[in-house]
Write a new protein. Sequence first.
Length: 543
Amino acid sequence: MFFQRSPVARRSVMVGGGLTAALALAGAVLAPVAQAGTIRPTVHCVLPAGQGDPSGPQDVTVELSPATVAPGGKVHAKITLGPGPAVSPMKLDDVPSTPSIDLVMSGGATGKVTVQGPTVPVDVPMQPAPIVIPPYEGDFFVPASASGPIQFTPVKMNTATVVFGGNYNTPCDVVSGGGVVGTVTAQGGGGAEATVSAPTGPVKPSTSVPLAGGGWTAGAAATASLCDAGGAGCDATKLTASSLVIDASGALIGSVTLANSWTVADGSYSVQVSDGTKQAKAPLEVKAYVPAGPYELTASPNRAAVGTVITVSGKNYHQDQQLNVVALDAAGNTLDDTAVYPNTTTDGTFSTEFTISDPAIAFIHTDEGGLEGTETKVPFTVTTGGGGTGTQKFTVSVTPGPLSMSQSGAEVNFGTVQLDGTSHDVPGTLNPIQVSDARGSAAGWSLTGTLSDFTAAGGAAGVIPAGAVSWTPSCSAHADAVGTPNAGAPGALGATPAGLCELPSGGGQVVGGVFDASAGLNLHTPAVIPGGNYAATLTLSLS
């Protein structure tokens, strides 16, 4: 089940809240002296998923080294941040966090540079405790045209986080009280300027982008990141793969792969390449696939017997979408046990296998992650075998069979609970279970269940105890069964086996046949619990 704190366009959204801090650039290869500066600006942050936009002061200390660089040279920065205004409504442990900062240059150079620290796990406390990003370090390059003292002023910080598989950003703009955090002097003769070129036309997210260039350090390792159109906000996580190499002549060849359209939105960017001593950028336009018309959904074949695996495919979907592909009955009700979840390609198509598992199937339905207005369906016919006539003489030898059980589904979905500070009782129904006793004996049987605690996906800390689920069992015999089953007592589930259905021994009489068992369920959710996807396992035992 899923706890949702506020309605958003994507599933399982959680606060990813850190702030990053200011770095200053420094440069050059010869100066041994590092300089450090501290400012206390007021920053305005925008928390992800509509969690708020707090403002407040934050201490930023930046140490730059060396103090002098050649034009185009590399500067190393060490950043220490004080607590910022960002807070989280819940506690999260070991959140992967990547801090970065944009700095404006003035004096001997103009423009912006970005310094990005490494990805580190950060423990996010519950409000009102502030979120603190650990000290981090990073490198940047001054422009090849730089000359003289360059002042660096922080204008924007960002922390990229990964929470429950989703990627989120917390940008923080300096709104007042900012200032220069350091100065680096560019002097001397720079080396040959490196160049990089990218495609001039739009490219799609999730695709490979070829790059080329010259003037690089022969044999050096090339790294890349995606920046905004002005060259700031550089983020290596927006590129998922790279085959870039620099050959013996200093030529850059290879490609980078853009992240999906959820991470890289349509717009103007620049791709930045570095070899450790040189850096260059090239403009890049990103535009996701635009469907050419209405959804086109196909089930092939469009009629088949239960148990058949068919192919469901479609086109004119948005790219990089996780689809819900599910069967509907004639009344339009969802047959949950049939669902599969393929992803669309960069050209808006998909193809997936789909098992015809229910004779009630009348339609195949798709939607783009449950978003309203993205639904479409096609009819489907479940067929039965053909008939015939004839007479034959039959003989049969009856041998004892097994005691076995089957169930019509493997998942009970309690749906979505909106946290509001109070507990909730959520009803549900156990998937029907069928017990078949073909032993041909007087022995009875017992069907029991145990339930594990609910734990949150992705290793999060939240737990709902198994005892929060109670059931009211029911069971009955088919018309040709022998023996009367007894339903178990209502009560809470847990590690101790709880009775669902029992068939008493027949004494001297053979008992058996087919019996049905089920139970009404109730989940009592805690008033306070971390949001997320929770799951528990019910184990049924027949003996």
